[in-house]
Ligand binder design. Sequence first.
Ligand code: PLP
Length: 384
Amino acid sequence: MENQPLLRDTIIEVNLDNIAYNMKKIKEVIGEDIFIAAVVKANGYGHGAVDIAPTIMENGGEYLAVATLTEALELRKKYEDYKIFIMGYTPDEYLDYVVNNNITQTIFSLSQAEILNDLGKKNRKKPVIHIKYDTGFNRLGFRDCKESIDEIDEIFKLKNIYVEGIFSHFALAGRIEDDLQYNKFVEAVNLVEQRGWKFKFKHICDSISGIDYPEFRLNMIRPGAIIYGLKSYKDESIMLKQAMTFKTKIYHIKALEKGEGVSYDYFWKADKNCIVGTLPFGYADGYPRNLRDKGIVTIHGKKAPIIGVICMDQCMVDLTDIPEACVGDEVIIYGDGLNNTLDIHQISQLAATNKNEIACRITRRTPRVYIKGEKVVKVSNYLL
Ligand SMILES: *Cc1c(COP(=O)(O)O)cnc(C)c1O
């Protein structure tokens, strides 16, 4: 893919060196013999799945894991050879896409396994599946019972599919609940393996459990957040680097007189003469609208509070204490937490949500700029 022109000053900068660093660090922590199914759903948590995939795969990724068929197809269109895994459910009528694009599919019923088996035969392929086993999250998966073990047994007997793995997912409700889930999982795996079947990959850990529960890693983990340097685990000895910076430029500046209002409903009014800047980003770019009167951006290393209602495409900041600010000056919306910037963790706290949501809600209107060795190596402007 060729570089595309920017044509917009509100951008997501993605530091590919940081993603590479995080991948290597994760690999170092878990050890060489444990595989990584790198979770790049939701456009790689906003970082751009297609453009970060090579960095991930060249630094220890075994699989690219996504939630939906369309996410898998977006990656497959660009990369013929990467292993791609759909962790979610794909309805029967779309399963031929899975087979014809060599995508590994999550399965939690005999009937879907049979459909894949038939499609495999018809297309002279051997679809690869991972069994999803529900140990208490109560989202997707085989129920934890003997009938399920029997069904998995039946799935193994199908000749035209390859049962490569089995997995589960923690609710992370607490140590006791997590232990219970892990034990259920291992017990189910053992019951199946006692019948003579083998799973190449067994996995239950995401980012948090993958770091904090070394004893639960089995031989694969499915980290998402930590690849992007979004840390929610407890182990403070493991440092990772946030990969995303959200930036824009000042587009307009004016002096307001005491008593003037700003933005819809005049929820903010000047209590003295002041300077107000207009910034070209809003909730349609993924910035949380509920950060009205809470959000802070950084200009010339100083904090500028967002004032008034955040609009779809623009918002206003108080520049009274930053008199040197000029139109065209750089604004850091999400930084690394240094130099008076707010990082994604701080933004998520202010917006009363989690880091993953803050990252993945960045929309495709915002171009992604990829940095490697402090140079721009790629611009992706999805709208062009
Ligand atoms: C999203 C997801 C992950 C990754 O979660 P993180 O908390 O970002 O590491 C792992 N497994 C499944 C099934 C998921 O849906």
